[in-house]
Design a protein around this ligand. Sequence first.
Ligand code: HEC
Length: 309
Amino acid sequence: MPVTTTQMLTLLKITFLLNFLLVGCSEKKESQKTEKKKTKTALTIIKNDDCLNCHSIEDKSVGPSYLKVAQRYESDFSTVNRLAKKVIEGGGGLWGGGQMSKHPRLKSNDARRVVRWILSLDDSVANPNPLLATPSVNLPAALQRTSADSETGLALYVYSSENSDSTTPQRTGVVKKVHFVGEDAFGELSKASTLKMTGFITIEQRGKYFFKQVRIGKGSVVLNEATIVNENDWDRETDIDLEAGTYPITVEYQLNNEHSHLSLQWITPEDEYYRVIPEEVFTINAPQNQAALLESSHSLSFLKATINR
Ligand code: HEC
């Protein structure tokens, strides 16, 4: 069912307001525990900084609307880095007059988190993987699937860093599990590639999940628009309360040398130890009957995915 832009914008507005309320409440709690380091969500940062003086979600003001920004760019590593840098350093020239002020006190991690959030505003849930029509030819066998296989796994896009400003992937394919370890884990992929894996993860049982991305180099995991692992916390765990349902997930990883490895693991409510997230829970496309539901749950993400840090 196509959701009209107006409907989507209304949802965004509601989400935005609800988030303000939720963020407001949690801040009160946080301030009582002075020792605990505060983790900022994208929305806390946007709210506490001066972004909203010049931007709104859907309408042009001094700067472009965040929705327009999301529609203009892909949400890949290099774009996120470039836009985060621009937010910190300020600048103009791309949106027809007007300069963005500098934000030198904004940490680059926080800037990237905000930019990722902005870019996720237009994620097309109905057709998340338009590039799958061009399957990869050069990936190691373990990374390839035939069309006879069911659609479990995640869509893989490989970007070459030499060409990092381009948003066109060099190769595409399908991964079953996010588990690249051992010698030659990445086959003939260039040592300077960036991988992006996207699709959906189905949570059967409601409860507390622990996620971690074991890796060398930079990577991130975004679950239902919430960044649960960012570039800097390698091998660190995030616990998150999840309702049963199907959520969009994006895993990114930047190869950096011959020892590059990556493994995405979790502890489910029934388990005690980390194990590699099994392929059965990943699907490339949103399940048909869930598509409509997802359109709304996607923008109401923060209500469903509550990160405990
Ligand atoms: C003083 C007004 C102002 C403030 C404050 C401001 N912006 Fe901007 N922003 C702009 C303008 C103007 C542009 C368009 C710049 C251009 O044309 O290249 C822009 C562009 C952007 C872009 C797109 C950049 C690109 O290259 O396409 C992003 C992302 C962005 N702003 C995020 C933010 C965030 C996040 C904050 C708060 C930390 C913020 N802005 C605060 C005025 C502002």
